[in-house]
Design a protein around this ligand. Structure first.
Ligand SMILES: O=C(O)CCC(=O)C(=O)O
Ligand SMILES: [Fe+2]
Length: 347
């Protein structure tokens, strides 16, 4: 694997309603999504026709203003005030694979009609007292929800789903129980044996990550297939488990978000698409900010292997993955956070 390898860039433009329908261009986008999900589970999504790049850049500026506040100000919106999931988590509060993550963060979830902070993920969002923050983040959530449905449709077509099948899948994601996160990363100390964010898979549906221009921070694990060239793992800690592969950088590209698929897509495709391990190792001297948006299924969605995926897989005895109700799956995950040493990125 060459060190200069980079993930595919896929233009979502042909699926935007501002463009006239061009069937060949849509087909090319859907095929590229299918290939990228089979091979990497990670790709760049070119969205500059959909959002002005100045808009997400503003989000990182606002998050930076919040993270620069005194600790006691930030702690006023601690997630411990709420349901343990919505709000501010201090530097190193989250633990992944048994090690403290060298980041601080702010998490927002889809609001619920009758909040009850004694129930996991059922509390209220807590917004920082930074002028413009709530309005700009709310607007971004709306944009990303729209993008989520657009990408889902393009992926459904890439998977060969019929219009009826897409209609059914759409009903599982049309009221997404989304998560919006802003993460602040001080430099990882040279002598640290930990990570800025430990290796994990995203658990949901689609992640759209906007990050400031800092290079060499987000890394994606590519499994080594066949006996091709030796893995270039120079300077990289051994990967968890027995998989062999290579970590590649997924540096930001102007006009794009980094998109990856989560474990719900593994279930929908009965393992045909894999969600991919990634981590953050931020060793340069600046304070890095990233803003991932997690487009998730509806809370009540019953996620189970799709007929379209099974048609591709054939009938040769591939075991059927266990279905989940997304909300139950989420509560089992998030309910564990900050208790018993489990973090939000842990399995
Ligand atoms: O900050 C990043 O680049 C990635 C963060 C991430 O992987 C996550 O929050 O799930
Ligand atoms: Fe992630």
């Amino acid at each position: 694997m060459s060190a200069t390898f980079s993930l595919p860039i896929i233009d979502i433009g042909p699926y935007l309603s501002i463009n006239p329908v061009d069937p060949a261009a849509r087909k090319a986008t859907s095929e590229a999504l299918h290939a990228a999900c089979l091979e990497f589970g990670f790709f760049y999504l070119q969205i500059s026709a959909f959002v002005d790049p100045a808009v997400p850049a503003e989000l990182t500026t606002l998050a930076r203003q919040f993270f620069a506040l005194p600790q006691e100000e930030k702690d006023k919106i601690s997630l411990s005030n709420q349901d343990g999931a919505r709000g501010y988590a201090r530097l190193k509060e989250n633990v992944t694979n048994g090690k403290a993550d060298n980041h601080e963060g702010l998490d927002f979830y889809r609001p619920v009609e009758t909040p009850d902070k004694s129930k996991p993920v059922w509390g209220e969002n807590q917004f920082p007292d930074v002028p413009g923050f709530k309005d700009k983040y709310d607007a971004w959530v709306e944009k990303m929800k729209t993008l989520g449905l657009i990408v889902m449709e393009a992926m459904a077509i890439g998977l060969g789903m019929t219009p009826d099948e897409w209609h059914e899948l759409r009903s599982q994601v049309d009221d997404s129980f989304w998560v919006m996160r802003a993460i602040g990363y001080p430099p990882l100390p040279d002598d640290s044996d930990g990570f800025s964010c430990g290796a994990h898979k995203d658990y949901g549906c689609l992640t759209f990550l906007y990050a400031d221009p800092t290079p060499s921070a987000l890394q994606v694990f590519l499994q080594q297939t066949g006996g091709a060239t030796a893995a270039d793992t120079t300077g990289l800690p051994a990967e968890q488990g027995a998989e062999s592969g290579v970590w590649i950088n997924a540096d930001p590209i102007e006009g794009c978000v980094v998109c990856n698929i989560g474990e719900m897509w593994e279930i929908w495709t009965n393992g045909l698409y894999k969600s991919t391990l990634h981590r953050v190792v931020h060793r340069s001297s600046n304070y890095r900010v990233s803003v991932p948006f997690f487009f998730e299924p509806n809370f009540s969605a019953h996620v189970k292997p799709l007929a379209a995926a099974k048609r591709i897989q054939g009938t040769d005895g591939i075991p059927e993955k266990k279905s989940v109700v997304y909300g139950e799956f989420l509560v089992a995950k998030v309910g564990n956070n900050f208790a018993g040493g489990k973090g939000k990125y842990d399995d």
